[in-house]
Design a protein around this ligand. Structure first.
Ligand SMILES: Cc1ncc(COP(=O)(O)O)c(C=O)c1O
Length: 394
């Protein structure tokens, strides 16, 4: 006998009914409230938002910035975005080329809403942050995965030819997340240029997800597509306050778009959220204007914990780990033959370690677990002790 939920569920469009649930949430729900669990599953650091940003939000609230505002974002915040981009990437984007969104997630959703028609294909290097695939599906698009290659000496690579080979007559977007979650891959500048040539020639959009662009290691550089594209190229760049300034719960992000699309994103912003909270926009401005030292401290902290975890994990039995160039994740290869989800559950019940199963990032993630290293050195050492107790030494 079908339940009421089944009956109602069946009347939903399949693309909505069949949206995937997050496998990270599935594991996290088993241990979310246990204070003894070392939680490395979610993509956020363990630091609080810096006080100067909290103070800016409080001051804005007290000053009465609690009402509706511009759907595309406060003019002052769009100016801060323009200056921030010039300071970090040397690019000259006027404030009219930015829209403020409810985090990077909503930036990606609005980008998909702006570009995709039902049935359009979106090429996505995979394993990938699962939300992007589902965002494509919400608007009726079809995600097409291009698998990274796991090099025999460890580490991920993705030849440009593999991406180009996935393009068909139905491709409307190539999505590039560099530095990447979960692989840590950074697209080389020459490949960015090559991709731009291919997409421009074929009338395809690049959707660049650059939310980890400050998190680079061992001298690696993460270039922005904004550096190599003109203001008339089919390019949307999504970004967020979440990762740089420990602001995951503030839900503030942005999208940079070609000259002339401001009114399109003003309308999409209006019908998505009618703007993000006004006082949060003031705080976001403060973060962009004065938050560089915090980013530097975050990256330094990541470097330390990344080194501790790589060193500790490379001594374990049945585990291969490579040094990611960017982002703040290790995607660790497990050679026990066990499925990633089962292993993540066993790590939680056995040694109270919370990791994300690789399959949360698509079937290409089977055989891997992802751990976040935006944590303190003490927590990283604790995690290594628990991994060692679980896997044993090689
Ligand atoms: C690759 C990638 N893009 C975008 C986001 C969006 O972040 P938020 O919605 O918190 O701004 C995330 C968050 O984990 C991510 O990993």
């Amino acid at each position: 006998m079908p339940t009421a939920v089944d009956r109602v569920g069946r009347s939903l469009p399949p693309r909505i009914r069949d949206l995937a649930s997050s496998q990270i949430g599935l594991v996290a729900d088993l241990g979310r409230d246990d204070p003894d669990v070392v939680k490395l599953w979610i993509g956020e650091g363990d630091l609080p938002t810096p006080p100067f940003i909290v103070d800016a939000a409080t001051a804005a609230m007290k000053a009465g910035h609690t009402r509706y505002t511009y759907s595309v974002g406060l003019p002052a915040l769009r100016r801060s975005l323009s200056v921030y981009h010039h300071r970090h990437w040397g690019v000259n984007l006027p404030p009219e080329r930015f829209a403020v969104t409810s985090g990077g997630m909503n930036a990606i959703m609005q980008a998909c809403q702006a570009i995709l028609e039902p049935g359009d294909e979106v090429v996505i290097p995979s394993p990938a942050w699962g939300n992007v695939r589902e965002a494509v599906r919400v608007v009726g698009g079809v995600p097409v995965s291009v698998p990274y290659r796991w090099r025999p000496d460890g580490g991920f690579e993705l030849p440009l030819a593999d991406i180009v080979a996935a393009i068909t007559d139905r491709t409307r977007i190539v999505m590039i997340n560099s530095p990447a979650n979960p692989t840590g891959w950074i697209m080389p500048l020459a490949d960015m240029r090559g991709l731009r040539e291919v997409t421009e020639a074929r009338g395809i959009w690049i959707l660049a997800d650059e939310v980890y662009n400050h998190f680079v290691y061992d001298g690696a550089v993460a270039h922005s597509f904004l550096e190599i594209c003109s203001d008339q190229d089919r390019l949307l760049v999504c970004n967020t306050m979440s990762k740089n300034w420990a602001m995951t719960g503030w839900r503030a992000g942005w999208v940079a778009f070609p000259q002339g699309l401001s009114s399109v994103f003003a309308r999409l912003g209006e019908y998505n959220t009618t703007s993000i909270p006004t006082f949060i926009q003031h705080a976001a401005s403060a973060a962009l204007d004065g938050g560089d030292p915090f980013i530097e401290a975050m990256v330094e902290r990541c470097k330390v914990s990344r080194a501790i975890l790589i060193d500790g994990m490379s001594r374990l039995a049945n585990v291969s780990v490579s040094a990611p160039q960017g982002s703040f994740y290790l995607l660790v290869r497990i050679e026990t033959g066990e499925g990633s989800l089962d292993l993540a559950k066993r790590l939680l019940s056995g040694v109270k370690l919370g990791v994300a199963p690789g399959t949360a990032f698509g079937p290409e993630g089977e055989g891997f677990i992802r751990i976040c290293f935006a944590i303190s050195a003490e927590l990283a050492h604790d995690a290594v002790r628990r991994f060692t107790a679980f896997f044993g030494k090689a």
